[in-house]
Ligand binder design. Structure first.
Ligand code: ADP
Length: 442
């Protein structure tokens, strides 16, 4: 009970005695009245102290110690009914809060164990774009400080495109993957996804999952190098097999020997085309960056047409070109390969005397090059598969025409490396149209 309260009680007592003095004047009544008031006040103070003030101050001390300690309030405090109810309710409430806190910390521990068991690195950025959660996987990808909480993306990875992607994801832009190299030389792909707030007002966190691609890329490079080396080794013996087969074919011998030599020669040529296509594919796959240059599309198309016009199968065909002057930036070698394969197919899968039309157009964002033919066409169910490696619609016919099943896979790869798209439309019996769409500004 505070001193202030005692003073106020004393003041009230004095005022009542003064009132009694004014009403009754000095005498016995005033003394009796003053004594009664004093006794009543003393009883009141005593009851207040035992029933309210003491239990309240105990409760307050208990709340204070629970806040800094276990979070739980001790059992009920004896005192006035209202105090007992209050302490009971507070006790239940503190048990409730304690249980919830325990659940939350259990869930957090479980989440941390799961995150640490993951091979992938995980970082979660809070609304202030600083890290609020990380796992062991991230630490394996980077050098530098181990405690990442509170740091920004740039402080941890020192990579501007990743930092920009995190910021873009917070601003609602869809920047889903970023590939980059860490300071320790590891190649990492980051997958970013926004966490939308409950009220759907905006992005409240960004979860970033990091995949270490270093080993996969190394294994892939070794596989490509192996394929390229083996294919290269095949070249010389194949040339000599073909050469000897030609010699036997041209020299006098019996007919069956010449027929055998023709078969060896044909298969040797097929193997040579296969080796060449495998080497082209391996080269396109292994070259990381494009050798971009300014080129005149019209003359590149003309150059390819004049090469393929020399094929015996093209002699009876009509080849038309419709291309205005188009100046664009592209990797000349890759574009040449893609276009060459499409024109080659348009000739090989055409009927004798058929037509081929090559067009090119430019709009603001794209350059579209089409190669149409009046050939056999392709069934709808085959269309999605023709870009797969070694996929051939009619194996016998393709093999006879010298096809390896790699031409369209190479063309697709060459176009996609320009961030372009290779598409096809076809009607069986009428012909096919292949379209290369490339970004106009590279
Ligand atoms: P290939 O070197 O065997 O021609 P491609 O990858 O170039 O291999 O083509 C795959 C398959 O797609 C071919 O086997 C062929 O059946 C079909 N194809 C490709 N271009 C055409 C076309 N212009 N007309 C009809 N079929 C085609």
């Amino acid at each position: 009970m505070s001193l202030d309260f005692h003073w106020r009680l004393g003041l009230w007592h004095l005022m009542l005695v003064l009132l009694a003095f004014l009403i009754f004047g000095p005498g016995t009544e005033t003394v009796v009245f003053a004594s009664v008031v004093l006794v009543v006040a003393a009883v009141l103070v005593l009851r207040l102290r035992t029933q309210l003030i003491a239990p309240l101050s105990k409760l307050s001390a208990a709340v204070r110690s629970a806040t800094g300690g276990s979070g739980r309030l001790p059992s009920i405090f004896r005192g006035a009914r209202v105090i007992e109810d209050l302490s009971k309710n507070l006790g239940e409430w503190s048990d409730n809060v304690h249980e919830r806190l325990k659940d939350t910390s259990d869930a957090r521990r479980r989440l941390e164990s799961i995150l640490d068991a993951m091979v992938e690195g995980v970082l979660v950025f809070g609304s202030d774009e600083r890290i609020i959660l990380s796992n062991e996987g991230v630490l394996r990808l980077m050098e530098g400080p181990r405690d990442l909480i509170g740091k920004t993306c740039l402080e941890v990875f020192r990579n501007e495109s990743l930092d920009l992607a995190v910021r873009d994801t917070f601003r609602g832009k869809h920047a889903d993957t970023v590939q980059f190299q860490t300071g320790s030389g590891r190649v990492v792909r980051a997958l970013l996804s926004p966490v939308i707030g409950e009220d759907e007002t905006g992005v409240e966190a960004v979860v970033t999952v990091f995949h270490d691609l270093t080993d996969i890329q190394q294994a892939d490079r070794m596989r490509r190098d192996f394929v390229a080396n083996v294919s290269h080794e095949f070249k010389t013996p194949l040339t000599s097999i073909r050469g000897y087969a030609e010699t036997i074919m041209s020299e006098t011998g019996n007919e069956s020997q010449k027929e055998f030599a023709r078969i060896i020669h044909r298969n040797g040529r097929y193997l040579e085309s296969l080796v060449n296509d495998v080497l082209v594919l391996a080269r396109i796959e292994s070259e990381q960056s494009l050798a971009l240059e300014s080129l005149d599309l019209h003359s590149l198309i003309d150059e390819q047409i004049s090469i393929f016009r020399r094929l015996p199968a093209a002699e009876s065909m009509t080849i038309e070109v419709d291309c205005p002057e188009i100046e664009m930036r592209a990797d000349r070698g890759r574009l040449r390969t893609a276009l060459g394969n499409l024109i080659d197919n348009a000739i090989r899968y055409n009927r004798p005397g058929g037509e081929i039309r090559v067009t090119a157009r430019r709009d603001n964002s794209y350059v579209a090059i089409t190669v149409s033919d009046s050939g056999f066409g392709i069934h709808d169910e085959e269309l999605p598969r023709i870009f797969e490696r070694f996929y051939r619609v009619d194996k016998a016919r393709t093999r006879d025409s010298g096809g390896t099943g790699l031409g369209l896979a190479i063309a697709k790869h060459a176009v996609e490396s320009h961030r372009g798209v290779l598409g096809v439309e076809s009607t069986v019996g009428s012909g096919s149209t292949f379209t290369i769409r490339l970004p106009a500004n590279m």
